[in-house]
Design a protein around this ligand. Structure first.
Ligand code: DGP
Length: 117
């Protein structure tokens, strides 16, 4: 599925189910993860339903840049910049992806291990 699949994140974008939104623009939405893996765990998604970065195309170039820049701005506002944080995107089964709508995880407030599990 390249584009167009509906997921739980589609319902969050359409406000059909609630989420703790931290930032919204015409093109992206950021909200707190329902099951936080760190003291600060925010997801940022494009409103366009791209299933993962593996399905993104040249057409999505600007949107992908926007996601990363917005993620950094959100992390800054959350006070994560000084100690650092991690941005992760999972792809497919081995990547541990469970929601097939592209999202960046912003994780902060604790040290992250490397290599990740
Ligand atoms: P991933 O495994 O990379 O596909 O991450 C999906 C994340 O989405 C996971 O950390 C939990 C989060 N999540 C799933 N359903 C919901 C929901 O309904 N609301 C919120 N806020 N987060 C959700």
């Amino acid at each position: 599925m390249a584009h167009g699949g509906d997921t739980i994140f589609g319902k969050i974008i359409r406000k059909e189910i609630p989420a703790e939104v931290v930032h919204e623009t015409e093109t992206v939405l950021a909200f707190r993860d329902i099951s936080p893996a760190a003291p600060s765990h925010i997801l940022i998604i494009p409103k366009k339903p791209i299933s993962s970065v593996a399905s993104a195309t040249q057409e999505d170039k600007e949107l992908l840049g926007e996601l990363l820049l917005e993620a950094a701005a959100i992390a800054r506002r959350e006070g994560l910049e000084e100690d650092g944080y991690r941005i992760v995107t999972n792809i497919g089964r081995n990547g541990g992806q469970t929601v097939f709508h592209l999202h960046l995880h912003i994780l902060g407030g604790r040290p992250c291990l490397w290599p990740p599990g």
